[in-house]
Design a protein around this ligand. Sequence first.
Ligand code: DC
Length: 224
Amino acid sequence: MKRVSIAIDGPAGAGKSSVAKILARRMGYTYLDTGAMYRAVTWESLRRGITEEKDIVDMAEHLSMTVAPGEERMRVFLGGEEVTDHLRTAEVSAAVSRVSAIPEVRTIMVALQRKLAAEGGTVLDGRDIGTVVLPNADVKIFLTASPRTRALRRYKELGGEKAGLSVDEIEEDIRKRDLLDSTRAASPLVPAADAVHLDNSEMTLEETAEAIMKICREKAGDEA
Ligand code: DC
């Protein structure tokens, strides 16, 4: 079967990265976590105490970012130093929306993502893959789940009652983030016109990956 590019976009908590990882493993593809790249720029700006937008852009222009496949998640290096373990902290999560909304930062990241995906055989997850990064991607999925389902998943991920947040509070937060992501000026979260919409509220991650593989097989069959 032809080695295609698979673009998975959708809101936070829809299971994009988990599904992308399953797909990459099953298909022998490379997984590209584009959110981690925006998180790395954010981490570096926090580490250096840079807050002005123009200074963040200047920093991003001079960053030497490389990525490599990892066991659990994609590994990210800045100037050769691994920063993977710093990218999921609450501090980075709180600041990344602002950094990823800067158009010049997006231009730099998109160029790098295109380069990394140029060979095909890549599963990318993000917000703008099917619309901006790879408008010609072979398979485009817009993955969603209801805010309630996404909040429940996040609650479990955070350790249930230990999370210190109720499911209602998490759901409220998710609704706010959705609104921010879908209304920002630079590359808002919108489905590509030719994306297949998949709501996985009632599906497991395995079932979701299976459904996407079926779409890939159909696509390959169409072109055979
Ligand atoms: O998927 P994630 O939570 O790691 O994404 C981190 C942030 O980066 C989130 O605010 C959305 C943003 N993002 C983006 O704007 N474009 C992408 N292609 C990927 C992530």
